[in-house]
Design a protein around this ligand. Structure first.
Ligand code: PLP
Length: 405
């Protein structure tokens, strides 16, 4: 039994959500997709922008040094060597850096999984086309254990495999992948590995400890709550000498990671404000306590929403994802809802418009899921509202879909 944890409060006793500017008229259950920025970090970004606009000619020449200082703080947070970490705008950009710079391998295969993030997999497909090769997709059962998932991925390795792209936490299926085991095998086989850790920063204390990989990318603007447009690109192999930022600029001759600090004339305030967001959570609750809260709240939310759907459909809505994540969970939707990605997105939009709930719906193997997120500003009442008020409506929409077919 997972009880409802007591809401987190600010030091002055107000609810945690008061430190964010999320619309109180809506219920926010989807931190995972786009994050949410605490006001302290928004203000820091605004302060930096004001500084930039007061004296641009002072600001821009000094910017690379300030980006370097920010990336060093981000490296401390992720517990990685600052010499291994560059800042990029988002996880998609990090994957694009790899796809754009990997030495050509004519006829090579890029190995992905069927849990991969669509946009990152599309990039892999384009890379493979450029090589005159192909993408090979490992099918990993939703409930696969670490061992089973590892075996499913490695079974698709061939002598043409030139890159493995693997999610650390998957998006549609909200599960961890066994990156440690697959990383060790890839290193032994001499195959480059790109780990898409978009959801990871903030969700694990030392997320890259003991991992072997060539490149790992993680968004700071998801669970790290930083202003959007800030991600860490961590490189731990000789590939660092071949990776260049997406924008060719004046630091091109500099070594990794310094050459990523200069990107022409851009607004890098999201990079500079990222440490304030990470620091806000640390000084207010501490990341370790925040993570405990996220997990306890997700246990409770998954249970009560799952029970509500089960009661409605008569079939268990509980989902075994094999390697569950602390702050992201799946609940199976009534049949007929979100069977495809497009239907899932349409359901998200309808739920926001008609029910006032920001939520994520996903689809995997033709089955639709409610993917709930938890963050420090969420409380048990958010999910109780979803279970009591929204689940019956979802049931009626599902029946409507079934009647139309
Ligand atoms: C696994 C995964 N990869 C990549 C991304 C893309 O992130 P961004 O839009 O910040 O590039 C996401 C976003 O949800 C994701 O979940």
């Amino acid at each position: 039994m997972s009880p409802a944890p007591l809401p987190l409060l600010l030091p002055d006793g107000r609810p945690a959500a008061r430190a964010w500017t999320l619309d109180p008229a809506l219920t926010h259950l989807n931190h995972g997709s786009f994050g949410a920025v605490p006001e302290a970090a928004q203000q820091e970004q605004q302060r930096l922008r004001a500084e930039m606009d007061r004296a641009p000619v002072v600001w821009f020449p000094a910017l690379p040094g300030r980006v370097a200082a920010a990336r060093s703080k981000v490296a401390d947070f992720l517990r990685v060597d600052p010499r291994d970490l560059a800042l990029v705008p988002n996880a998609s950009a990090g994957a694009s850096v790899v796809y754009g710079n990997l030495p050509a391998r004519p006829g090579g295969e890029v190995l992905v999984t069927d849990h991969g993030y669509g946009a990152v997999t599309m990039g892999a497909e384009r890379l493979a086309r450029r090589w005159g090769g192909s993408v090979r997709t490992a099918r990993v059962p939703l409930d696969a254990t670490a061992e089973e998932a590892c075996a499913a991925v490695l079974a698709e390795v061939t002598d043409r495999t030139a890159l493995i792209v693997l999610d650390h936490i998957t998006s549609a299926t909200a599960r961890w992948m066994p990156v440690k085991e697959i990383g060790a095998a890839a290193r032994e086989l001499g195959i480059p590995l790109l780990i898409d850790g978009a959801h990871v920063p903030g969700l694990a204390e030392d997320p890259l400890a003991g991992l072997e990989f060539d490149v790992w990318v993680g968004n700071l603007h998801k669970f790290g709550c930083s202003p959007r447009g800030a991600s860490a690109l961590v490189v731990r192999s000789g590939l660092r000498h071949q990776l260049y930022p997406l924008i060719d600029s004046w630091a091109a001759e500099a070594p990794f990671p310094e050459r990523f600090d200069t990107q022409g004339t851009i607004d890098a305030s999201s990079y500079l404000a990222a440490p304030e967001a990470l620091g806000f959570i640390e000084r207010t609750w501490g990341w370790a306590a925040a993570r405990d809260y996220l997990r306890e709240l997700a246990d409770y939310a998954e249970r009560i929403v799952g029970e509500a759907v089960t009661k409605l459909t008569g079939e268990s809505a509980a989902v075994d994802v094999g390697m569950p994540v602390n702050a992201l969970r799946l609940v199976r939707l009534p049949d007929g809802l979100a069977a495809t990605r497009l239907e899932a997105d349409a359901l998200r939009d309808r739920v926001a418009a008609e029910l006032g709930v920001e939520a994520a719906f996903t689809s995997f193997d033709g089955v639709g899921y409610f993917r709930l997120s938890t963050h420090v500003y969420n409380t048990a009442a958010d999910y109780e509202d979803f279970a009591e008020r929204c689940v019956p409506v979802l049931g009626s929409w599902a029946r409507g879909t079934a009647e139309r077919h």
